[in-house]
Design a binder for this molecule. Structure first.
Ligand code: NAD
Ligand code: AHE
Ligand code: ZN
Length: 376
């Protein structure tokens, strides 16, 4: 069939909107009509050329929601008409990783996914002249139709709006999950959140759910202060407007007459900047502080700290998709949204057509959007 897509033709170039060919779903695959997709900073990261797994031409996008159109042979858990959220972290429930119960990082199809291919090593997309187009993070939601493996689709309730729940396909689940699944924050905890964008605000929303007391937001953009407070942030710091380094500044903010050591119980990097990651670790409390890396850093970037920071009890952790097991957890997060337990609507600051998708990247660069969503 033919469908419309925003194609990443080369690193650093605007996406090109065009008709593309899409092959039928094969064994274990599903054709999905994407109804809405968010634009995440990771799409921008890959488009910029900073992603070691970036491959062109490709169809980016990994934060979508849509409807099953057709199932390939052997598909048992989905049928046409089902509402689904694509999963860049699939859940096969059979691989050593899924069976370990220690990680959400299913390994069933990770190799081919990282090469922009379907599990059988081929692509379903090509240009009208036959040039193959690569998949992205196994999702490619910047296309009106896409093909995914059955294990990379979470079936969700049908009364949930696509233009909101698409955000659960990455940003919401990553932020809230980092708090609840990865850090396992307890009531009364103190926390620092670096970067108050589409992920950081969801970390704040997760911290409120977990019952954290003091929630310090850090961003170089002052306009993010009001956003953070809207979701439960109690203190804001712009690191460009303080004397000295941000890590000791946060430590000082958390000292009390009883605890003169200071430091937050938990910190979260939602920037992808490795210097920020170091500060996030070093502002946590001696003996028990945990710092969770969420941000994705460019090819070749490395993190540094004095080993003494770890010797003295701080823990550095990372999280992908908030530690969520997609087919199991995503439908529950959709329920949380529908029951009013978490908010999504205010964070969707811009709604665009596919033809306007490059505006979504411009808004992100300018720090003007939290989430821009493309509705098909
Ligand atoms: P975003 O652009 O919406 O937000 C980033 C925020 O960080 C902005 O508000 C910006 O002003 C702020 N910032 C930039 N430099 C800063 C600095 N030095 N100090 C403090 N704040 C700073 O991006 P997003 O969509 O929220 O994504 C954030 C990061 O998370 C990206 O690196 C993205 O690739 C990554 N991410 C990771 C996962 C995962 O599973 N691990 C999932 C989604 C996104
Ligand atoms: N391809 C990059 C890594 C990108 C990355 O870390 N992706 C996150 C999700 S970001 C969503 O917005 C992730 O889930 N990683 C786990 C995985 O298996 O990709 C690189 O550096 O090669
Ligand atoms: Zn994302």
């Amino acid at each position: 069939m033919r469908t419309r897509a925003a194609v990443a033709v080369a690193a650093g170039k605007p996406l090109q909107i065009m008709e593309v060919n899409l092959d039928d779903p094969r064994e274990g695959e599903v054709l999905v009509e994407i109804r809405a997709t968010g634009i995440c900073h990771t799409d921008e990261f890959t488009l910029s050329g900073a992603d070691p797994e970036g491959i062109f031409p490709s169809i980016l996008g990994h934060e979508g929601a849509g409807v099953v159109v057709k199932c390939g042979p052997g598909v048992r858990t989905l049928k046409p008409g089902d509402h689904v959220i694509p999963l860049y972290t699939p859940e096969c429930r059979e691989c050593p990783s899924c069976l370990s119960r220690k990680t959400n990082l299913c390994t069933a199809i990770r190799d081919t996914q990282g090469k922009g291919l379907m599990p059988d090593g081929t692509t379903r997309f090509c240009m009208l002249d036959g040039t193959p187009i690569y998949h992205y993070m196994g999702c490619s939601t910047f296309a009106n139709h896409t093909v995914l493996p059955e294990i990379a689709l979470a079936k969700v309730r049908e009364d949930a709006p696509f233009d909101k729940i698409c955000y659960i396909g990455c940003g919401v689940t990553t932020g809230v999950g980092a708090v609840l699944n990865t850090a396992r924050v307890e009531p009364g905890a103190t926390a620092a959140v670096f970067g108050l964008g589409g992920i950081g605000l969801n970390v704040i929303q997760g911290l409120k759910l977990a019952g954290a007391d003091k929630i310090i937001g850090i961003d170089i953009n002052d306009e993010k202060e009001a956003w953070g407070r809207r979701f439960g942030m109690t203190h804001f710091v712009n690191p460009t407007k303080i004397e000295g380094e941000i890590a000791p500044y946060i430590v000082n903010m958390t000292k009390t007459p009883f605890d003169r050591i200071g430091g937050v119980d938990y910190s979260f990097d939602c920037t992808g900047n490795v210097k920020v990651m170091r500060a996030a670790l070093e502002c946590t409390h001696r003996g028990w502080g945990q710092s969770i890396v969420i941000g994705v850093a460019p090819a070749g970037a490395t993190i540094e700290t004095r080993p003494f920071q770890l010797v003295t009890g701080r823990v550095w952790k990372g999280t992908a998709f908030g530690g969520a097991r997609g087919r199991t957890d995503v439908p529950k997060i959709v329920d949380w949204y529908m029951d009013g337990k978490i908010e999504i609507d205010p964070m969707i600051t811009h709604v665009l057509t596919l033809d306007e998708i490059n505006k979504g990247f411009d808004l992100m660069h300018a720090g003007k959007s939290i989430r821009a969503v493309v509705v098909y």
